[in-house]
Design a protein around this ligand. Sequence first.
Ligand SMILES: Nc1ncnc2c1ncn2[C@@H]1O[C@H](COP(=O)(O)OP(=O)(O)OP(=O)(O)O)[C@@H](O)[C@H]1O
Ligand SMILES: [Mg+2]
Length: 217
Amino acid sequence: MIEVSDLSFSRSDGDNKLAILNELNLSVPAAQRLALLGDSGSGKTTLLHLLAGLVQADSGSVVVNGQNLSLLSEQELALYRRKIGLIFQHYQLLDCLTVKQNILFQHQLNFPEQSPTELNQLVSDLGLTNKLNALPHQLSGGEQQRVGIARALLNQPQVIFADEPTGNLDQQRSHQVVKLLTELCIERQINLVMVTHSHQLTDYFDQVKVLKDGRFE
Ligand SMILES: Nc1ncnc2c1ncn2[C@@H]1O[C@H](COP(=O)(O)OP(=O)(O)OP(=O)(O)O)[C@@H](O)[C@H]1O
Ligand SMILES: [Mg+2]
C-alpha cells in the first residue's frame, strides 16, 4: 500500500526555489495499480523518484507498506530501495551481459547470499526462455523491456515503479508489455505505479492520476 500526503518538492534555481510538486495526495491500496499521466515536465519522474526513496521531499510524507520514507535512516532507505522494482523507458540493460546475466545481476549485487527462487518460472512467464543466452542488441525493443521487467520482478518486490516502460515501443508492443506486466503484478499481488503518456494503456489500471504543473488535475 502506498500513501502520499501533502507531498511537496522543489529544486533550487540559483537563489530561488522552483516548486516542482505541490501538496500531492495519493492512496494506492495493496496490490492495486496506478497509472500516472501528465505532460512533459509536469513532475511524473520526480514523483516516482520520491516514491522510490531516491530523493527527499521538502514536506509531506510517502508511506509504503507502513514505512514512512522520510523517517528512515540512510541504511534503512538503502534496504528499502533494494526491495522495490524499477523499470525504465530505455531498459538500462548492460550490453556486454547476456539476458540471463542481466536479469540476475542486480539481485546478485543486492542479495549475494540468496539464490533467486523463481528465475525459470519468471523467464517462462515473460516468454524469454529461448533468449537467455542472447545479448541485448540481439533482442527487439519489446523483448528488451521484458528483460527489464524480469529483472525488476526477480527480487519479489512488493512495489514496482515503472517510468514510461513503453516509451520506446510501438502501440501493439506497448499493449503486450503492459498487459503482461499488469498480469504479473496481479498474480503476485504487487503494487504498481506506472508513468505513461498513453491514455490507451490506462484500462489495465485500477486508478489513473494526471499531473499538471506539479498538481493532480
Ligand atoms: N535535476 C533537475 N534539476 C532541475 N530541475 C529539474 C531536474 N529534474 C527535473 N527538473 C524539472 O522538474 C520538472 C519536472 O520534471 P520531471 O522529470 O519530473 O517531468 P516529467 O513529467 O517526468 O517529464 P517527461 O514526461 O518529459 O519525462 C521539470 O520542469 C524539469 O525541468
Ligand atoms: Mg519523466
